[in-house]
Design a protein around this ligand. Sequence first.
Ligand SMILES: Nc1ncnc2c1ncn2[C@@H]1O[C@H](COP(=O)(O)OP(=O)(O)O[C@H]2O[C@H](CO)[C@@H](O)[C@H](O)[C@H]2O)[C@@H](O)[C@H]1O
Length: 490
Amino acid sequence: MYVIQVATECAPAAKVGGLADVVYGLSRELEIRGHAVEIILPKYVNMRYDQIQNLQVSYRDLWVPWYGGAIHCTVYFGFVHGLKCFFIEPHSADHFFERGTYYGYLDDHMRFAFFSKAALEFMLETGKRPEVIHCHDWQTGLLPTMLFEIYKYHGMEHPRVCYTIHNFKHQGIAGENILRATGLGRPWHYFHPDRLQDDHNPTAINFMKAGIVYANFVTTVSPQHAWEARHTDQGYGLGHVLYRHQNKFSGVLNGLDYNFWNPQTDPLIPHHYDYQDRSGKEGDKRALRDRLWLRDDRKPLIAYVGRLDWQKGVHLIRHGLFYALWNNAQFVLLGSSPESGINDYFWHLKNYLNESPDCHLEIGFNEELAHLIYAGADMLIVPSIYEPCGLAQMIALRYGTVPIVRGVGGLLDTVFDRDYSDKPFPERNGYVFYQDDYPALESAMGRAIALWHEEPDSFHDLAANGMACDYSWNKPGEYYLGIYDFIRDR
Ligand SMILES: Nc1ncnc2c1ncn2[C@@H]1O[C@H](COP(=O)(O)OP(=O)(O)O[C@H]2O[C@H](CO)[C@@H](O)[C@H](O)[C@H]2O)[C@@H](O)[C@H]1O
């Protein structure tokens, strides 16, 4: 099978969150199984270039039609930890990818509509004809529309599209001018409830809806979230569209790259360990405390790693921090937010708690520190308001760190409560709470902290259960191959 992934992130070169891990992990899994995979990404000026090997010009003059004219692009090729990646660099006064951050600009819809178009133009010009184009999230939602309404008639009639939604909240809403920019034109055709017209604003088009309508298959990243998106407000207004296209929609639980996230070999942690011998984890806890100036005391270390977004339950993260400090535990936070209000709030909290020997807040993105935290912590909280899949809890399980999660989305598919799950004990691996209020979080954190202090052996058994879970790409890789095989043009 020949697959091209078109995405706006790929770990570890261009990563904001879980999308990057999935694009990397799934591509690797497909390659290991002997399939041909290429990834097309924007060439952001602020990528981790140290994570790209042999970067070189691959196609010097790509002219991408845009409005009435065309934008000149150069396409680079390089390996991101062995994966074949193409990077599109537009040369225009818009400076689409020469910004301080990857997202968060008023013209984001233009930037990524352009990227989607450029990816198709690149395939057309270089004769690349993958059996499947797998694209991700709102940023690439217009790609299947452009493929089947324009590029199909220029010799790209065979590629089929699988479209994966990682976050329903961000859908890409734009005005009519996007149709003129991309060459789709014909507003009377696209401004139709069965095509691109937003269901809640009849004068806008919706990129994600476009992806759902035009793709040959649509997935989201866990079975539970697929249900939530259709039946609850977590579809953010797309439930009706999903219902109409339910025959080509399903939830496939994300995997985790078990080579990249591996406590036995992880080069970013000082002590290695595995399921049978977890003594190295103690060393990592000491190393983490040393690095963050935390006192060495007989207390569990509780962590939060992730974006500081409303989605992640910011008020519960804050409360979890104080609850840990009041209840004989330590707390470490690693995260950042594009919203200055949230960032400022956590900076303020960091200053306020600066003298505490039991807590550390690291505001920013730091892949290396993230690994040490997953390895060194005893527990990880994931109190999300909604969570399509969630990788943090899976990474925690892999590193023998007990997850404490809110029971939504993929968290429900992966974490099973030690005390209340109906699963047999060996399959229970963490703590789950359901309401999004303080008492709910406290009940779960309280049970975890008490077990750590009072029954350390039972706590270790629980952590070992987590390490024994298999959330690798093995099964999800098979599911995606099944989907690709189902949609490909024979
Ligand atoms: N400050 C920081 N420093 C270092 N590393 C950091 C970091 N902040 C986040 N990360 C890393 O980014 C990843 C986060 O992945 P998640 O899946 O948990 O959440 P995210 O909301 O970004 O992903 C969305 O897409 C994924 C993929 O489909 C879904 O699992 C999820 O539910 C959905 O919200 C983890 O690898 C984490 O370690």
